[in-house]
Design a protein around this ligand. Structure first.
Ligand SMILES: C[S@@+](CC[C@H](N)C(=O)[O-])C[C@H]1O[C@@H](n2cnc3c(N)ncnc32)[C@H](O)[C@@H]1O
Length: 208
């Protein structure tokens, strides 16, 4: 078990290092350590950490969504790794929002280097009023319970502006109960046993 842990860790660090060098060479920055004013984790604000690109691709390929007919929003997009993967998988529109202006600057630079047509929006997820423009929302543990409750409420309210199925992909789903309590239906759970990660796909059905 100890050996297995060591091997697993060594593999992850090697992978991180290869990614890091690859980013440096291409003038990108998704995985470098970021310490901004907002980056101290608090109960309601969770700082930047990145979804692994391979994990993200596997998750997006596993969810029952046709990307060509769906607009994707990363709620708490950080430096933009998930937007990059979603845009490359052919989502009809791919955007992200974040509270942290500095992270968004980095995200914009990344998207420009990669020539991806993606909007990086500076907004607090609680106050954002554009949810009706999107069909699939991605959350990687961006905030605590009370913020999550408000954001989920806003997602549901956005159906009044545009009635459609609302999909929510929740990675590292610590507050999964909140989606279920609000009436979202769990449609799929995606596990990666090598990395020990879980993502859940919830759907809030279109109103008849
Ligand atoms: C764990 S990181 C995830 C980054 C990215 N989605 C990824 O998976 O690579 C969470 C992000 O949520 C952002 N965030 C936290 N609270 C927020 C809020 N109230 N509104 C918008 N963004 C927020 C943080 O700045 C951080 O970049």
């Amino acid at each position: 078990m100890g050996n297995y842990d060591f091997t697993g860790r060594a593999k992850r660090w090697t992978k991180f290092f290869v990614h890091y060098l690859n980013e440096r060479v291409r003038g990108l920055d998704f995985s470098m350590v970021y310490v901004g004013d907002l980056q101290k984790n608090t109960e309601e604000y969770h700082g930047y950490s990145m979804t692994d690109a391979t994990d993200m691709k596997r998750i997006l390929q596993a969810v029952p969504v046709d990307p060509r007919k769906s607009a994707f929003l990363d709620v708490g997009c950080g430096k933009g790794m998930c937007m990059k993967v979603a845009a490359k998988l052919g989502y009809s529109k791919t955007d992200g929002l974040d509270l942290d202006a500095h992270l968004l600057e980095i995200a914009r630079r990344n998207m420009k280097k990669l020539r991806l047509d993606v909007n990086c929006i500076q907004a607090n997820a609680i106050e954002f009023d554009g949810y009706a423009n999107y069909d699939v929302f991605y959350c990687y543990n961006p905030f605590g319970k009370s913020v999550f409750e408000k954001v989920i409420k806003k997602l549901i309210e956005s159906q009044q502006e545009r009635n459609r199925d609302i999909g929510a992909i929740y990675y590292h789903p610590v507050f999964a109960k909140l989606f279920q309590q609000a009436g979202f239906v769990l449609e799929k759970e995606i596990h990666d046993h090598t990395r020990d990660t879980v993502a859940r796909y919830y759907r809030y059905p279109k109103q008849e």
